[in-house]
Design a protein around this ligand. Structure first.
Ligand SMILES: O=C(O)CCC(=O)C(=O)O
Ligand SMILES: [Fe+2]
Length: 198
């Protein structure tokens, strides 16, 4: 916990980035366990009324009352996996925030991706705090302002990197993880969130 966060200076956004955080175990071992032990599925989402498969695998874990609507589908969280519970506790220390759910993404290769979106569902409240932790292949993460498209930021997220998005970031910006021909290796990303329970 001694590493300093890099503060990304961007209008209408609040972003903090820690490189290679200390998770108390070798990152490669954690990555392998996440691959082997989480309940990965390829689920369809609804885009303009049509069902399409997501270009990655996902798994959703959290407190029993933290249900979540996302791209037209309600996700009932699986009960916390002990490994995710332990990682959550460490991520909470870095972020100085608490989370009650995590969306896990499994990019099987550079051909899997995440399209442009904001994590701005009503369940996340007006200023969502999202802590994104990466494992495996480094991938490019892009951020673009919704109104002024010239406001952009990008970084490479590698194994052990933790990106915290908070404040007005989701209101004003979209983000994505584009496909790439540069890697065929897998990547896991965990996005810890707080669902506001009614
Ligand atoms: O994989 C990433 O780095 C981003 C994941 C993401 O944006 C999300 O789960 O909402
Ligand atoms: Fe996101």
């Amino acid at each position: 916990m001694s590493v300093e966060a890099e503060q990304i200076v961007l209008p209408d956004a609040e972003l903090l980035l820690w490189r290679q955080i200390d998770l108390h175990r070798p990152l490669a071992e954690l990555r392998q366990r996440l691959v082997d032990e989480l309940h990965w599925q390829q689920t369809p989402i609804r885009i303009y009324g049509r069902e399409v498969m997501q270009p990655r695998l996902t798994a959703w874990y959290g407190d029993a009352d933290a249900a979540y609507r996302y791209s037209g589908v309600t996700h009932e969280p699986l009960p916390w996996h002990p490994l995710l519970w332990d990682i959550k506790a460490l991520v909470e220390q870095y972020s100085a925030s608490t989370f009650n759910s995590v969306l896990c993404n499994y990019y099987r290769s550079g051909q899997d991706s995440m399209g442009w979106h904001s994590d701005n569902e009503p369940e996340l409240g007006p200023e969502p705090v999202i802590a994104s932790l990466s494992f495996g292949a480094a991938r490019r993460f892009l951020l673009q302002h919704k109104k002024d498209k010239s406001l952009q930021w990008q970084c490479s997220l590698g194994e052990g990197d933790l990106l915290l998005m908070r404040g007005a970031t989701q209101r004003f910006y979209r983000h994505s993880v584009p496909k790439t021909a540069k890697t065929t290796d897998l990547r896991i990303n965990l996005t810890f969130r707080r669902i506001i329970v009614q």
